[in-house]
Write a protein that binds this ligand. Structure first.
Ligand SMILES: N[C@@H](CCC(=O)N[C@@H](CS)C(=O)NCC(=O)O)C(=O)O
Length: 136
């Protein structure tokens, strides 16, 4: 039986759900609430030490990383094929994957900068409030 630890808002998990749907495979879902920190729970960390979704488990075999999971599904259930058969197509698929990962890293860095900016402007506001006697 295929079990997928996932989240409905996660694009990485969505990628795996697409692969499962393309191959018409039945699976059992375990939905993780990422905002509540389900991915940090010790029992989940045993499956995925990176504390992210998705994780796929099939008959005791644990697979992490969405691309690796899709490749596994494509090898284990070859029809219909998800990956192109020719080397040119495989190269282009690899390039798309690399571009996607780079975009995700940029977004994550942007998020960190935005969060830092929010914290800085919040502390400035608090400083102004404090000097105006509005904060105890
Ligand atoms: N490279 C990983 C990335 C997985 C990932 O970043 N998942 C996000 C959701 S798209 C996550 O679980 N985030 C939870 C967190 O960062 O705490 C993959 O492709 O599986």
């Amino acid at each position: 039986m295929i079990e997928l630890y996932h989240n409905d808002m996660s694009v990485c998990a969505q990628k795996v759900r697409f692969a499962l749907a393309e191959k018409k495979l039945s699976w059992k879902g375990h939905h993780l609430n990422l905002r509540a920190g389900d991915q940090q729970k010790p029992e989940y960390l045993k499956l995925n030490p990176n504390a992210v979704v998705p994780t796929l488990v099939e008959d005791g075999t644990v697979i992490i990383e969405s691309t690796v999971i899709c490749e596994y599904l494509d090898d284990a259930y070859p029809e219909p094929k998800l990956r192109p058969a020719d080397s040119g197509g495989l190269r282009r698929a690899g390039e798309h994957e690399a571009l996607d990962q780079a975009a995700r890293r940029r977004r994550a860095r942007g998020d960190e900068r935005r969060q830092l900016g929010d914290r800085l402007s919040l502390s400035k506001t608090r400083g102004r409030d404090r000097s105006a006697g509005r904060v105890s």
